[in-house]
Write a protein that binds this ligand. Structure first.
Ligand code: 5AD
Ligand code: SF4
Length: 448
């Protein structure tokens, strides 16, 4: 029986793409392996959003090249494939295939013609969604892409180049995926898109409409979406946080910088006033809503005063679960050739300062949760097997002592092996009383 090895780098969109590939290869009778040495086909699904991510892929390819069977097919898919194109073959001559994020459904061509070399980095739009077989099984949390690409063209971002212009999938196609996921065991749906709240189908149906229809499915208990662009937050969607209890009170809405000048150079044309007003409306709709952001420090021309404004907004909004990155110049982007690139040591210093603020926000919010009882979704056992890791409605990690033997057995019989394999069981949602907190996680006990 032929085996395949797949390793995924980067965002949830890549995780989804990998799941589709796994499903397709299994459908062809292949078996997944964790061992590069044994695999007949080796696939790296790659991320190119920062230079470090791209470098990581090439060093991993070098390592795999020395360990794999000579007969094994070996290649990359995803954003590095699109970024590097034919250059990937020059850097790693043993590669058999290089397929972009919108052409990985062409993978069977190389399986059928193993002596060929396959390069396809076309932006084929939504074709891959129709060409790959639907997934029959679903993890407890189903990530469902509702669009591809992005039209925002932030000057630092390679995504519009690697994933192309923004395209929304047909409403009925998305809802079919939601129903399939629910039937396959999902209890949480997370809609995905680079600009997820910009979703619009041909009849102008929106993300809010998708959430409303999804909430009608009984077995789906939690709904969320990521990542939202601030100015695409419609009043209809904001109000849904107040009226739809299945919509989790947690929103990722990156601001990237707190400086109006930097935002202009990033080509993110919103004012701080507008952003803060959206946060105010969200909190008016749902008072406990928590917001997370992505930040870039050391963007070209960023002064100390600009950076201070980023720190101010991070404290003011009180973001939780946020990500901060040092600006990384990327090919095919406007910011890479801007003047006043910031030296690495300053980027590093600024990142540390911002990270401390974000950690402090997490700690303060985590501590405010002690004593509360929350419905949490089980992800799986921890490494020791003595605890269970679950997620609160605000996406915090909560550690709970493992359930009594009998309930663990009950879970096992439902194939609960790890967080990627959880399937539906009413016990996957637990009522947890939060007993203590630190800056990165909560501890709790089963309340009911
Ligand atoms: N350098 C650093 N961070 C970046 N991001 C996107 N492009 C770059 C870059 N060139 C960050 C943004 C985005 C997140 C997914 O990655 O913060 O929201
Ligand atoms: Fe990149 Fe996000 Fe900006 Fe789109 S909105 S260009 S994906 S950072």
């Amino acid at each position: 029986m032929k085996t395949f090895y797949i390793k995924t780098f980067g965002c949830q969109m890549n995780v989804y793409d990998s799941q589709r590939i796994v499903s397709m290869l299994r459908g062809r009778g292949m078996v997944q392996t964790e061992s590069v040495e044994d695999a007949d086909i080796i696939i790296l699904n790659t991320c190119s959003v920062r230079e470090k991510a791209t470098n990581k892929v090439f060093s991993e390819l070098g390592r795999i090249r020395d360990r794999k069977k000579t007969s094994a097919l070996f290649g990359i898919i995803g954003c590095v494939a699109r970024e590097s194109g034919a250059d990937a073959f020059r850097r790693i001559p043993e590669l058999n295939f290089v397929l972009g994020p919108q052409s990985y459904h062409k993978l069977p061509m190389i399986l059928d013609n193993p002596d060929a070399r396959l390069l396809n980095i076309d932006l084929s739009g939504l074709e891959k969604f129709d060409e790959l077989p639907p997934m029959t099984d679903s993890p407890a949390v189903a990530y469902i892409p509702i669009q591809e690409g992005c039209n925002h063209c932030c000057t630092y971002c390679i995504v519009p180049y690697t994933r192309g212009r923004e395209l929304s999938r047909a409403f009925e196609d998305v809802m079919r995926d939601v129903r399939d996921a629910a039937a396959g065991g999902a209890i949480e749906i997370c809609f995905l898109g680079q600009n997820v709240n910009g979703y619009r189908d041909k009849d102008s149906r929106t993300l809010a409409d998708l959430c409303r229809d999804t909430a009608k499915i009984d077995s789906i208990k939690r709904i969320r979406f990521t990542s939202s662009y601030p100015t695409e937050m419609s009043d209809d969607l904001i109000e849904l946080f107040g009226t739809e209890p299945k919509l989790l009170p947690f929103l990722n809405m990156p601001i990237q910088s707190g400086s109006p000048d930097v935002l202009t150079r990033m080509n993110r044309p919103y004012s701080l006033e507008l952003y803060i007003d959206i946060v105010r409306k969200l909190r008016a709709a749902r008072s406990d809503i928590q917001i997370s952001s992505d930040f870039i420090v050391g963007f070209p021309g960023e002064t100390d005063a600009d950076f201070e404004m980023t720190c101010d907004i991070a404290r003011l909004v009180g973001y939780i679960n946020s990500y901060s990155f040092k600006y990384s110049p990327r090919p095919h982007t406007a910011a890479a050739i801007m003047r006043d690139q910031i030296p690495e040591n300053i980027k590093k210093e600024r990142l540390k300062i911002l990270d401390d603020i974000l950690t402090e926000n997490n700690r303060a919010f985590n501590e405010s949760c002690v004593g509360q009882t929350m419905s949490c979704l089980i992800e799986g056992p921890d490494k020791t097997g003595r605890h269970i890791i679950a997620r609160t409605p605000y996406m915090q990690k909560v550690i709970v002592p493992a359930m009594p033997e009998q309930r663990v057995e009950e879970q096992k019989s439902k194939r609960v092996k790890n967080k990627h394999q959880l399937s539906y069981s009413p016990t996957l949602l637990l009522s947890v009383k939060i007993t203590s907190a630190n800056k990165c996680s909560l501890r709790g006990e089963i309340a009911a």
